[in-house]
Design a protein around this ligand. Sequence first.
Ligand code: SF4
Length: 184
Amino acid sequence: MGVEEKLPAGVLLSTVEGLAGYMRKASLWPATFGLACCAIEMMTTGAPRYDAARFGMEVFRASPRQADLMIVAGRVSQKMAPVLRQIYDQMPNPKWVLAMGVCASSGGMFNNYAVVQGVDHVVPVDMYLPGCPPRPEMLLDAFLKLHEDIKAAKLGSNRKALEAEQEQAALEAAPTLEMKGLLR
Ligand code: SF4
């Protein structure tokens, strides 16, 4: 992601992490990208009544090259999936994805061949927001939770250590088939 990736673990990296996290979370710019009814709620969130400008997010960028947050607002059709992926690929790193509503998160009530059953089949999702549609207050809450994640993000060797730890935990986790209790 930059020079911070080259820093060794320690006080200096922790300080850079804190500074970078704070600046990144306070300067998120969403891409102008709406797919269905959820997009109306997303647009309302940017309007004066809800005022996403309070969080530095009022500028919905028309070019993916100037955006670092993709809000997938609505169901993703199979035909749209490659377009969505292309827009995601054109966004510069670091970037984040918010799946807004049940359709984007899991296909929702559209359990059919025409709709992607969760946008995480196409792009990595950082935050899932339930609801049909989620109200602007819910989207603002998702923004704030995403801000906290971005602020606490690890960089460089710290991130590599965290990824290794998560990978190990996943390898050691009990397979779903072997789980007892409410699942059976
Ligand atoms: S979650 Fe509901 S409001 Fe959002 S795109 Fe799906 S059907 Fe429309």
